[in-house]
Design a protein around this ligand. Structure first.
Ligand code: ADP
Length: 412
């Protein structure tokens, strides 16, 4: 018997008895023929309780039949291999408790009989550690997911805050810009006011002085109505000029505060031009100045008379003002498609080329105008009022040859 042989062979006995691995020998029918002390302590049996029993005694009851089938299969084609690869093998202790084992099978033949030597290891502790490790991994995985979620939330919050911050910065920049613009406007208004005061006091001085001197001369010319008449005329001209300055300033005020809404009506451009000229002649017309008004027809279009008059008074007034006593002023009225074109041409002093870019500015006056009264507001008013009427204004000028202003207005 194989068990006796082991017992009797002192070396084999020594090896089997001291092996830290459980060693079992079963015969061809799956009966236990030998179990070393390690197997006995592992499964809680005495040697005699185990030897002679089918190997299934060490296998949980519910898989006995499966084990028998597997064992019979192994006996048909035995080979050295680990048992139950990929599945969790369980051993059953004498006290009924199961525990995880690892088994490796080595078939051999002894004196014509088939045997299987099984190496059995109790892997409870390893499994426990594996389980612990798995739990630790799971917890780690959970923490890492939580961390990821936290990170995502944090990123979302950071993004949200960044957007809020960008928005606040934008608002801040906007208010800063508004504040800056308001300051610039305030500065402009202040500069305008002081410019107005200096211009007004300067421009008022000459007509006021004229009025005063003419008044005292009128007194001294008692009894000479012809001489008096000349001074009445000078007083009238001075007053008209003072009124023109005041009117310019009021017009600017009204133009600047316009909300772009105004009434429109049918307007005869020819009538208005005639009217404006009649108003201007007493103020600016010189002895032999000639004014030609050219048109083919009476042009009627829809616009606003107040703004149109502001444009014409200043442009035609300048033509009279800046041309000589025998100058010729040509005013041409025409209508092309839905556009009214007014051309005002004079043969006067012209505008120096290097100053042409500045003349639309408030208070700007050409260097060659020192002989002529003015505030430098006329062209600014003309341009603003043309724009209110959705039109355009431009000019061409040559010094000492003359100037032509072209005003284009749509029918509104
Ligand atoms: P003002 O007539 O009071 O000087 P304006 O604003 O009407 O102011 O004109 C600005 C400047 O443009 C004038 O001072 C002058 O230099 C130039 N200017 C305007 N119209 C004419 C013109 N028809 N001929 C020559 N210069 C002109």
């Amino acid at each position: 018997m194989i068990e006796d042989q082991i017992q009797n062979d002192s070396l084999a006995n020594l090896i089997f008895a001291n092996s830290s691995e459980g060693l079992l020998i079963t015969n061809g029918n799956g009966k236990i023929r030998y179990a070393n002390p390690k197997v006995l302590s592992m499964f809680g049996y005495e040697y005699d309780q185990l030897v002679g029993q089918p190997i299934e005694i060490l296998v949980p009851r519910n898989i006995h039949s499966k084990h028998i089938r597997l064992r019979e299969g192994f006996e048909k084609s035995p080979s050295n291999r680990p048992m139950g690869v990929g599945s969790h093998l369980l051993g059953q202790h004498f006290n009924g408790k199961t525990f995880p084992v690892e088994v490796s099978l080595s078939p051999f033949v002894h004196k014509g009989d088939k045997y299987v030597l099984s190496f059995v290891t109790d892997i409870s502790i390893r499994k426990l550690q594996e389980e612990k490790l798995k739990n630790t991994f799971n917890e780690l995985d959970k923490s890492s997911t939580e961390l990821k979620n936290l990170n995502r939330d944090l990123e979302a919050k950071v993004n949200e805050r960044t957007l809020e911050l960008a928005d606040s910065i934008k608002k801040l920049q906007k208010s800063e810009k508004e504040l800056h613009d308001a300051l610039v406007r305030e500065k402009e208004v202040n500069a305008l006011k002081s410019k107005f005061i200096s211009t007004a006091s300067h421009e008022f001085r000459t007509p006021m002085a004229t009025i005063l001197s003419s008044l005292s001369l009128i007194e001294s010319y008692q009894g000479s109505p012809v001489k008096q008449e000349k001074h009445f005329l000078r007083i009238r001209k001075s007053v008209d000029y003072l009124l023109k300055i005041l009117k310019d300033l009021l017009t600017i005020e009204k133009t600047e505060t316009s909300d772009g809404r105004f009434e429109t009506e049918d307007i005869s451009i020819n009538d208005i031009v005639h009217d404006v000229i009649n108003d201007l002649i007493p103020v600016y017309n010189k002895p032999n100045q000639k004014i030609n008004i050219n048109y083919k027809e009476n042009i009627v279009f829809i616009s606003n008379e107040y703004y149109l008059r502001n444009v014409l008074i200043n442009i035609i007034g300048n033509a009279l003002k800046f041309s000589g006593s025998d100058g010729v002023i040509d005013i041409t009225l025409s209508k092309v498609a839905n556009e009214i074109i007014i051309k005002v041409q004079d043969d006067g002093i012209g505008i120096p080329e290097h100053e042409q870019k500045n003349i639309w500015e408030r208070f700007y006056r050409g260097n060659n105008t020192t002989q002529t009264d003015g505030t430098g507001l006329g062209l600014y008013i003309a341009k603003k009022n043309t724009e209110i009427l959705k039109g355009s204004i431009s000019f061409e000028s040559t010094v000492n040859k003359g100037t032509i202003f072209i005003i284009k207005l749509p029918s509104l």
